[in-house]
Design a protein around this ligand. Structure first.
Ligand SMILES: Nc1ncnc2c1ncn2[C@@H]1O[C@H](COP(=O)(O)OP(=O)(O)OP(=O)(O)O)[C@@H](O)[C@H]1O
Ligand SMILES: [Mg+2]
Length: 295
């Protein structure tokens, strides 16, 4: 595995602010991995996303220390526009991304900028339209569709450019649970069908956990925990202390564990929790059960 992103001793402080938004970050992201980024408000998640596609330091003023290397080159050494072709960023506010009068033009715009041929553009347009289920919306102005549809268009527009790295900043923040689930279905298909590296900043852990190979927790601009998803969540005590809200099933089994009723690794998903609870019930019904009377 090769690292597509290598961040070393990286500190970023916006101009006229009192403390750095990101502090002494060391991080390596392998090609083809799916990485989830979590952290409380103001912890530096968006600043990290901007640092990966050159918006920081390109479009923002501030002080930078350390290095951010993407696909083998430091972000500052890319010619204008070159890095953005390799690192596609889906903003948390989809409208910030829109420039065209119709959804179709919105999807085509980025591909035209890449200088793709018309047959290639047609082919990719068909592919993303199907993947993100936008066929019925192509002729509509992007401003007149629903929040969920906007977030799907924003995702599709970046996807159509097939960047090697995709960074999604809270892609479901404006969505109801069903629309959120649909975005995650798209992400699951992307993970299956594409070889690109996907980095998702997201609060919805139920949806994120089954897809993420690795997880990162940022707090106050610092990288507090970074690990494969399973070991990451085994440190639930620390995560809870840092304000992470784990899925209910995980929290429930953690409480059982704490009260001596269950043992073993914390389940990552509802299905895993069900297996654990069935095992617990089986033991509880067994003669001479060692379970505490009350838990
Ligand atoms: N343009 C800016 N100028 C000055 N300070 C900024 C700017 N953007 C962000 N900050 C500050 O940098 C810190 C990190 O902000 P950032 O937006 O990266 O956090 P975040 O984790 O994405 O938060 P949220 O969950 O609210 O989206 C915060 O203290 C914020 O106030
Ligand atoms: Mg943010």
């Amino acid at each position: 595995m090769t690292a597509v992103i290598q961040i070393e001793n990286y500190t970023w402080q916006y101009l006229n602010t009192e403390k750095p938004a990101l502090q002494e970050i060391n991080l390596q992201i392998e090609a083809g991995s799916f990485v989830g980024v979590i952290g409380p408000n103001g912890s530096g998640k968006t600043s990290l996303a901007y640092s990966l596609n050159g918006l920081i330091p390109g479009q923002y003023h501030g002080i930078k220390h350390g290095t951010v290397t993407v696909l083998g080159k430091e972000v500052e050494s890319y010619p204008a526009g070159a890095l953005q072709r390799m690192v596609g960023l889906v903003f948390s506010d989809p409208e910030a991304q829109f420039t065209a009068m119709t959804v179709e033009d919105e999807l085509v715009f980025g591909m035209e900028n890449l200088g793709l041929s018309i047959p290639e553009i047609r082919e990719r347009l068909e592919w993303v339209t199907d993947l993100v289920d936008l066929g019925h919306l192509l002729a509509k102005p992007p401003y007149e569709i629903s929040g969920g549809q906007k977030q799907r268009v924003a995702l599709a527009a970046v996807l159509a450019m097939m960047p090697q790295v995709m960074v999604l900043d809270e892609p479901t923040s404006m969505l109801d649970p069903l629309s959120r689930k649909r975005i995650f279905e798209v992400l699951a298909r992307m993970k299956q069908e594409q070889q690109n590296t996907i980095i998702v900043i997201e609060h919805s852990l139920e949806n994120l956990i089954p897809l993420a190979d690795r997880m990162i927790l940022l707090v106050d601009g610092q990288l507090v925990v970074e690990d494969q998803t399973r070991p990451f969540f085994q440190r639930l005590e620390l995560l809870l202390e840092k304000g992470v809200l784990p899925p209910g099933a995980m929290r429930f089994c953690y409480e059982l564990n704490r009260r001596g009723a269950a043992a073993g690794a914390l389940p990552l998903t509802l299905d895993e929790a069900e297996v654990q609870l069935n095992e617990l019930l089986r033991r509880e019904r067994a003669p001479g059960s060692a379970l505490p009377d009350e838990f």
